[in-house]
Design a protein around this ligand. Structure first.
Ligand SMILES: NC(=O)c1ccc[n+]([C@@H]2O[C@H](COP(=O)([O-])OP(=O)(O)OC[C@H]3O[C@@H](n4cnc5c(N)ncnc54)[C@H](OP(=O)(O)O)[C@@H]3O)[C@@H](O)[C@H]2O)c1
Length: 438
């Protein structure tokens, strides 16, 4: 032991109860073991996993925790008076919600990675924790290993954040990368993501944008000191994105990403997840494969980007253990999680009121005057066209239009009118374009 190093016997022992020992739970066990000395040095405490709740006691787990600490009674763990900190990595709404509330009622610090729960019932759980004077920490619920919750809550507490735009789902980013760079179909790219373990057997939570919408709700709530739930977030997945959209985007100087957008505009919050074209020059355009990133814009700080692994046991466990260290520090030195003293009740803007640029792809009849009729439909709904390109000739003629910023409702009314025109054979794609244009 070198000078200044603390012996195990000097350190206060903090007992952790772990709920769930799957991908994140087992990685958390390993990290707490592998980094025990660093954690002791940083907190002055020895953190010990004293009980682990799982569903199936006979499953093999690659963790260094004695078998007699495992139980399938999670309620016994949260009600154990010896336990100081509860880590919930079961996932889903129930029994996670009840277990967390029981842990809070027994005055335990709580750490969770549960985006589904925090994005829907986070307000209730945070209020319960505040009332008991305990921590409820959830860094791992957004962006896996990327620190973003605490930077927004603490490092940027002096800033007015204007927008948070994220690539928050590694599976869809992997799929879009393979479609863009290697020409794979959506089907084949999803199958490959499943083989690599990025996508679940049922990939709909990722591909349809549910996972990203939950994370968007959490980020919007924190960034703007308000309450946004996953049900408030407009959501559209990537299943309609075609190879042709990707190729045309490329020629126009864009890439297609599943973007999670949280923006504060004129006292209203925009919260939406959908595929969008983004300029190749934007920092988010270079986020490839299964990586995630969060791009934050503030009044004073300007632009910041957080980049890294948004999922996986190791990265996610890093965020979980970081929260455990914060909770342990609060137990041993005092203090608590930094939460706003007052939450705003900002309205969430209806999706048909948002304003953005659009890309549209049509199959049109091969006859004179087509463009004039289409342009008239846009004009009658005050959607101004920024550029038009024709692809192919004759029966194969397709029209690509990029609009200036327009209101979603006006765009939808334009589409309705266009569908009634004889010259429009099919509206093949409508994608939003995330741009600097105001
Ligand atoms: N995986 C990631 O990359 C990632 C990233 C960020 C956040 N998260 C979040 O982390 C949480 C855990 O995800 P995960 O991927 O680790 O899930 P997982 O591998 O499916 O693990 C879930 C664990 O919970 C246990 N469990 C289920 N029901 C239980 C019950 N009633 N009582 C006690 N234990 C129970 C399971 O026990 P058995 O092992 O016996 O079945 C399993 O050990 C979720 O909220 C998820 O959204 C995950």
């Amino acid at each position: 032991m070198t000078k200044g190093e603390m012996s195990n016997t000097d350190a206060r022992v903090i007992r952790v109860g772990l709920l769930g020992c799957g991908i994140v739970g087992s990685a958390t066990c390993r990290l707490l073991g592998d980094h025990a000395e660093e954690i002791r040095m940083r907190t002055g405490c020895t953190v010990e996993i004293s009980r682990v709740a799982v569903r199936n006691l006979s499953k093999d787990r690659d963790v260094d925790v004695p078998a007699d600490r495992f139980t399938n009674d999670a309620h016994a763990v949260v009600n154990d008076p010896e336990i100081d900190v509860v880590i919930e990595v079961i996932g889903g709404i129930e029994p996670a919600r009840t277990l967390i509330l029981e842990a809070i009622d027994s005055d335990k610090q709580v750490v969770t990675a549960n985006k589904e729960l925090i994005s829907s019932l986070g307000g209730e759980l945070i209020a319960a924790a505040e009332a008991r004077g305990v921590d409820l920490l959830f860094e791992a619920s957004v962006g896996g290993g990327i620190p973003i919750v605490r930077p927004l809550e603490e490092s940027l507490a002096g800033e007015k954040v204007r927008s948070v735009i994220g690539i928050l789902n590694g599976t869809t980013n992997y799929v879009l990368t393979r479609m863009t760079e290697d020409g794979l179909s959506l089907h084949d790219a999803v199958a490959e993501a499943q083989e690599l373990g990025y996508a679940e057997r049922d990939p709909s939570a990722d591909v349809e944008g549910f996972d990203a919408a939950a994370k968007t709700a959490i980020l919007a709530s924190i960034a703007f000191d308000t309450k946004v739930t996953s049900g408030d977030v407009y959501r559209e997945g990537i299943t309609a994105v075609s190879q042709l959209d990707i190729a045309l985007a490329d020629r126009l100087g864009y890439v297609i990403k599943l973007l999670a957008i949280a923006r504060l505009d004129s006292g209203e919050v925009e919260a939406r997840v959908h595929p969008a074209m983004i300029s190749k020059n934007h920092p988010l355009a270079s986020v490839r494969e299964s990586f995630n990133a969060v791009f934050v814009e503030g009044n004073s700080v300007g632009e910041i980007m957080f980049y890294g692994r948004g999922a996986g046991g190791g990265p996610t466990a890093t965020s979980v253990v970081g929260d455990v260290v914060a909770a342990v520090r609060h137990l041993s030195e005092g203090g608590k999680a930094h939460r706003p003293h007052r939450l705003l009740e900002l309205p969430v803007r209806a999706f048909d009121e948002i304003r953005t640029q659009y890309y549209l792809l049509f199959e049109v009849a091969d006859q004179p005057g087509v463009l004039a009729q289409i342009a008239a439909a846009f004009g009658s709904h005050e959607v101004s066209i920024a550029g038009v390109w024709q692809e192919g000739q004759g029966d194969q003629a397709q029209l690509v239009i990029i609009t200036h910023r327009a209101r979603e409702r006006d765009l939808q009314e334009t589409l309705h009118e266009l569908r009634g025109l004889d010259v429009v054979v099919e509206i093949k794609s409508v994608l939003r374009v995330e741009s600097e244009e105001t």
